[in-house]
Ligand binder design. Structure first.
Ligand SMILES: Nc1ncnc2c1ncn2[C@@H]1O[C@H](COP(=O)(O)OP(=O)(O)OP(=O)(O)O)[C@@H](O)[C@H]1O
Length: 259
């Protein structure tokens, strides 16, 4: 299907790891996305906050190639044709296969992309330790804690070495304590690897803690209602939560979200 091209409203695509311009999506006769523009620069951590049902997962679906837009231009690292194959996607549920060991789960994304299992294992091996999975390679998902499952799912995603990581509510199903531990861990990992990340979250604190920029989506049909630059120094620690500037930004974003 040919997607009509509209002029970029964001900085030129060559400066971005990912850009979406003028995106329109209709599903079942329902306008779900209208005139959406967003971008992420290489190594930037960008979050999308939005009300439930506003069209966030649909937008990810366009990036993964699962949803066909009516109009718009989607570019990943300047490659207009690369939609779907140039992003690594971690869905809301970890989607680990229960009958495969941790190691065989984390190599799965590479295997699906045509990498032989032995080569895939060699690639993920050095990442098991930093992802806190060393010693658990031969366990099955049901034998892992919720946090470990999410780390395994994230490792499967990053091991694909795609220019952009799409994370759809990766910690949404975790208890509050594990969730905050995972947020801290992800911030530290991002500091180390500087992936380009597009994260969907409902959690304003999570978005502010992790991101360089936050897009707030309007209620459906999705468009950008606000864009907030988050310039707190890194590395970030939970002390940031008591910074009055953090509290002010949190209040501003909540106001944008719930009106
Ligand atoms: N295949 C479909 N046919 C018709 N409507 C759909 C389809 N898929 C999604 N929708 C509708 O599109 C809207 C946006 O859905 P989407 O899943 O993108 O929202 P979301 O912002 O990711 O929501 P949540 O935060 O709850 O996950 C919803 O109203 C949903 O009911």
């Amino acid at each position: 299907m040919t997607v009509p091209t509209t002029p970029a409203a964001t900085p030129p695509a060559t400066e971005n790891a990912l850009s979406i311009s003028g995106l329109d999506v209709t599903l079942g006769g329902l306008p779900v996305v209208r005139g959406l523009d967003l971008h992420a620069r290489p190594g930037e951590f960008v979050s999308i906050l939005g009300p439930s049902g506003s069209g966030k997962s649909t937008t990810f679906g366009v990036l993964t190639g699962d949803v066909h837009p009516d109009a718009g231009d989607v570019r990943i690292e300047g490659d207009g044709l690369g939609r779907g194959s140039r992003v690594a996607y971690m869905p809301q549920r970890d989607a680990l296969l229960p009958w495969r060991t941790v190691l065989n789960n984390v190599t799965l994304g590479l295997e699906v992309r045509g990498v032989r299992r032995r080569a895939a294992r060699q690639k993920v091996q050095p990442l098991l330790e930093p992802f806190g999975l060393s010693g658990f390679e031969n366990r099955y998902p049901a034998q892992l804690s919720g946090g470990m499952r999410q780390r395994a799912a994230l490792l499967r995603t990053v091991a694909q070495e795609q220019p952009v990581l799409l994370l759809d509510e990766p910690f949404g199903a975790l208890d509050a304590l594990t969730r905050s531990q995972m947020q801290r861990w992800l911030e530290q990992m991002w500091e180390q690897y500087r992936w380009t990340v597009l994260l969907i979250t409902h959690d304003v604190r999570e978005a502010l803690y992790l991101s360089d920029r936050v897009y707030v989506f309007s209620p459906r049909p999705a468009r950008v209602a606000a864009e907030v630059v988050v310039d707190f120094p890194r590395p970030r620690t939970p002390e940031l939560f008591s910074d009055p500037r953090f509290a002010a930004l949190e209040a501003e974003l909540l106001k944008q979200l719930i009106g």
